[in-house]
Design a binder for this molecule. Sequence first.
Ligand code: ATP
Ligand code: MG
Length: 150
Amino acid sequence: MAKAPAFNQLRCSFPSNSVNEALARSIAASFTAQMNPTCEEVSDIKCAVSEAVTNAIVHGYRDSIGEIVLSLRLDQDRTLTAEIRDRGCGIANVEEAMRPLFTTDPEHERSGMGFTIIENFMDSLRVVSSPGKGTRVIMKKKLSMLPIQK
Ligand SMILES: Nc1ncnc2c1ncn2[C@@H]1O[C@H](COP(=O)(O)OP(=O)(O)OP(=O)(O)O)[C@@H](O)[C@H]1O
Ligand SMILES: [Mg+2]
């Protein structure tokens, strides 16, 4: 069955400069604002997007600068879908990478908690990756209903 058209969607791309992590967070928050989310929902989404973009910057494109694509979609049922895609080094073992405290970069004081944070803040997380080709991180969160205006 064909998927219903999105309520709204946005796609943008930017180079993997660390300054663009804050930009991506702000874009995700501004895009979600049209659904009148709670402060907690906005904060969760910003944090989750930030973790995935940081991963693309520091792991995907470790010693180089490449393109990161951020796709955002809102559906009629108030589900936000965010996809962060890079064409960097990719992940050999996704299951292992998603385990709490697993990191390939302990020397830079990484704690290996990025994917765990995303899983906790969002309703679902899917990571699709192949070594040498890049990584797609797809996360979803259903926003609560609008508060009743008094
Ligand atoms: N976009 C990516 N490209 C390549 N490898 C990635 C990517 N995202 C994650 N990884 C791999 O998955 C591991 C786990 O990621 P996760 O975000 O959970 O922890 P971390 O980035 O190492 O530490 P933290 O997020 O706590 O600073 C990373 O150490 C890295 O090896
Ligand atoms: Mg991380």
